[in-house]
Design a protein around this ligand. Structure first.
Ligand code: ADP
Ligand code: MG
Length: 370
């Protein structure tokens, strides 16, 4: 299966609310286009231009409006997960302002099975495939990383209560392995149930961290990763494949000024805006084929996601938006980010390795020896 054509697929998901503004947001019947109509900020304009209506049109892979969690998974993640089972790295990112539905899309409701999100559905599918692919032995390991104010936090840290510490954790790059976080715990899982329990444990750490340290979880980035390894059961086959599937719930993208008061909040908002604007800078650099320097190392987020943004990866972005008039400025800025992301090219290749232990059994002796 050739999963993607090397471009980032971008979807828009509109959170259903009571006051969807048909006057400002128009979804075309092609299912791929969303048009935004907005009145210009009257204070900044001359009298002649006051109240003028501006118009923007965004064409994406798909506009998801009134779409079930099941369909969102099928359209956004299924192809990426199938690619991961074939040895391609994959990343699905949710981006948008706080409250627009990023966590609902990624994790979904933790109380209702019907409304579960992409992570639990991907775990379910991966273990279905483990059962189906009897000729292969698949192993799955999970990690769950939170990036909060440029600090790396292991949400599945085996030492209880130490999830907030990140001593010894660092983003590193190794030839043949790509980007990874040194010191982040990896957990082998053998069943969907075991995997879901770990996911819930990570969600709890997120909540506990936000209460204990008085921090707002919508201000951190969370990266849930499935590390997959697939080996043939045939003893003579020395090749095996590996892949990583990153499921990323980014921090709220709202701009400074709207985010309330308090010194801590301001510090957080500055960090978030910094890491998200570094993300934007990386996207802009990647979308411009004349730029040869991409500033990945400016923030932990872009450094961790280096492979996902313009590297060896199938990447999908979900831009979560509100359909309400009051949020139109944020909606517009989210869609602008989304359309920039569409220009980013990636270069997915199968991560194939050779096991020296197996290949040494495979030496074919010259006939004359026998
Ligand atoms: P974010 O993570 O972007 O801040 P959430 O995912 O927490 O936003 O969503 C905010 C609220 O809206 C939650 O109560 C969530 O259950 C609800 N919500 C978001 N998107 C949807 C949707 N598509 N359908 C139903 N409820 C939704
Ligand atoms: Mg959230």
């Amino acid at each position: 299966m050739k999963p993607h054509s090397g471009k980032v697929d971008v979807f828009v998901r509109i959170r259903p609310t009571a006051k969807f503004s048909r006057g400002l947001i128009e979804c075309l019947p092609d299912g791929q286009t969303v048009n935004i109509y907005n009145r210009k900020d009257s204070r900044k304009l001359q009298d002649s231009k006051k109240g003028q209506l501006s118009f923007w049109s965004f064409r994406l892979e798909g506009v998801l409006k009134d779409v079930s969690q099941e369909e969102v998974y099928a359209r956004v993640c299924q192809r990426v997960l199938q690619g991961a089972l074939e040895g391609y790295n994959g990343t699905v990112l949710c981006f948008g302002q706080t409250g627009a539905g990023k966590t609902y899309t990624m994790t979904g409701s933790t109380e209702s099975y019907q409304y579960r999100g992409i992570i639990p559905r991907a775990l379910q599918e991966v273990f279905r495939e483990v059962d189906k692919r009897t000729e292969h032995s698949l192993s799955v390991l999970l990690s769950y990383l939170e990036i909060y104010n440029e600090t790396l936090v292991d949400l599945l840290s085996p030492q209880q209560g130490s999830t907030h510490r990140s001593r010894g954790m660092a983003v590193v790059e190794e030839a043949g392995r790509g980007m990874f976080v040194r010191g982040l715990s990896l957990h082998p899982v053998r069943s969907e149930e075991e995997a879901l329990n770990l996911m819930f444990q990570g969600e709890m750490s997120r909540i506990i961290g936000s209460h204990a340290l008085n921090r707002n979880s919508s201000r951190s980035h969370c990266i849930f990763t499935m590390h997959i390894e697939s080996r043939s059961r045939s003893l003579s086959d020395a090749t095996y494949i590996t892949s990583k599937l990153n499921l990323v719930d980014l921090a709220g993208s709202e701009r400074l000024g709207k985010t309330g008061s308090g010194r801590q909040m301001l510090t957080e908002a500055t960090y978030i805006n910094k890491s998200l604007s570094f993300l934007e800078q990386v996207i802009v650099a990647l979308a411009d084929c004349h730029r040869d320097h991409v500033p990945y190392r400016q923030s932990k987020l872009t450094h961790v996601l280096k492979d996902s943004l313009g590297g060896n990866c199938n990447t999908v972005l979900v831009a979560n938006i509100y359909g309400e008039a009051a949020q139109i400025e944020e909606t517009l800025s989210t869609l602008r980010f989304a359309s920039r992301m569409k220009c980013v090219r990636t270069d997915p290749t199968i991560n194939e390795h050779t096991d020296p232990a197996v290949s040494s059994h495979n030496i074919t002796y010259p006939v004359s020896l026998f």
